[in-house]
Ligand binder design. Structure first.
Ligand SMILES: Nc1ncnc2c1ncn2[C@@H]1O[C@H](COP(=O)(O)OP(=O)(O)OP(=O)(O)O)[C@@H](O)[C@H]1O
Ligand SMILES: [Mg+2]
Length: 360
């Protein structure tokens, strides 16, 4: 398998800089997820790894060897494209077998590997069909089989499960993860689905406008986001961001004032995760204005002197009606503080509501 390294990798399309300079190491056998908004450069990064795009600058290393100019076919990389890109004139069988054409694999072994890959993703009964005769999800699974058939040293998955129904997605998630562990293949998964990223990957790489914003475990990104951007991107429903102002060691948010020592004056953001908030008899006064049942959880939106706040309660029963006057409590240790000028989180700083908040 392979250890992958980006050394100051740059990618430009004419004069448009998409990746200004990326440094990244992915360890041998590691499973990482690439998360980030549309257009941030996830597919571009994968295409450079696959040998489809040539980096504009820097060094791309596979096991310490520079591969910038190595042809795609010589890299032993399996890729599932965002758009599957199956060959329309070929059967499923021939599509899956296609990557073996450059390898000197005996016919009997090739047949066995094609069958195994097809069975793995449950398309063995569709071998004689053409892509146009398959559903989107079936095409996606054929694309996965095609990426796996040659025992790649690096597996690149660009939104591989996005067209599957919820049940199949869950099954495939578990199967890809188990398969990856069994094969030990270094894997990079691009996904918009955070749950997919957090359940499958060892580490998550959060990207923004061609740059790495933060790399860490799912817990790092969720509990210790380094920036306001990561805090807002990770978590569903999204974190509450309240805007405040620090003046002479006091943080003012709406009508609430809380002490905040050791920082300069200026605008601050306070992050409160909806699942860390609780309705009760103490805390910020609030009035429920919206309820949204989401299966096993209920999302509430409440008006408060601090602004609109989303609260997530587990359980399927709606316990708070629209118009209810209540209070919202939170554990200060669960609050995140960000300096707005830099977007960076202040390590160790929390928001203590000094019970000075008044009713609206
Ligand atoms: N061949 C190209 N020529 C010019 N610009 C390109 C080319 N390919 C990608 N880009 C630009 O590079 C940026 C990154 O694109 P990329 O496809 O890597 O995004 P992405 O993170 O995969 O987004 P998505 O989640 O929508 O798939 C975009 O602004 C895109 O328009
Ligand atoms: Mg993409």
């Amino acid at each position: 398998m392979a250890r992958i390294e980006f050394k100051n990798i740059e990618k430009r399309f004419d004069d448009v800089v998409v990746i200004p300079g990326m440094d990244l190491v992915i360890n041998d056998g590691e499973f990482v997820a690439l998360l980030g908004p549309s257009g941030c450069g996830k597919s571009t990064s994968l295409f450079m790894l696959a040998g489809i795009y040539l980096p504009s600058g820097g060094d791309l290393l596979f096991d310490e060897h520079r591969v910038n100019e190595v042809e795609a076919r010589d890299r032993n990389v399996g890729i599932v494209f965002q758009s599957y890109a199956l060959y329309p004139h070929m059967t499923v069988r021939d599509n899956i077998r296609f990557p073996l054409r450059f390898k000197k694999v005996p016919d009997a072994e090739a047949k066995r590997r094609v069958r195994e890959a097809a069975e793995l993703v449950q398309v063995a009964e569709l071998m004689n069909r053409r892509p146009s005769q398959l559903s989107g999800g079936q095409q996606q699974r054929v694309a996965l089989a095609r990426a796996l058939v040659k025992d790649p040293q690096l597996l690149l998955l660009d939104e591989p499960l996005s067209n599957l129904d919820a049940t199949l997605r869950l099954t495939m998630r578990t199967e890809i993860k188990a398969l990856q562990e069994r094969l030990g293949v270094t894997t990079i998964l691009v996904t918009h689905d955070q749950l997919e990223a957090t359940t499958m990957a060892d580490r998550i790489i959060c990207m923004r406008e061609g740059e790495i914003e933060q790399i860490g475990s799912p817990d790092d990104l969720y509990l210790r986001p380094e920036t306001l951007f990561v805090a807002g991107f990770i978590g569903s429903p999204p974190i509450n961001i309240l805007h405040g102002q620090v003046d002479s060691e006091k943080l003012r948010v709406g009508e609430a004032v809380a002490p905040l020592v050791g920082v300069g004056n200026g605008p601050f953001s306070i992050g409160l995760r909806p699942e860390h908030l609780e309705f009760g008899d103490s805390g910020v006064p609030a009035r429920v204005i919206q309820t949204e049942p989401m299966g096993r959880e209920i999302l509430y939106v409440a008006e408060s002197p601090l602004g609109l706040i989303r609260v997530l309660e587990s359980g399927s029963q709606v316990n708070h009606r629209i118009g209810e006057e209540t209070r919202i409590a939170f554990d200060p240790s669960n609050t995140l503080l960000f300096e707005e000028a830099t977007g960076r989180r202040l390590d160790g700083a929390h928001f203590h509501l000094n019970t000075t908040a008044r009713a609206a």
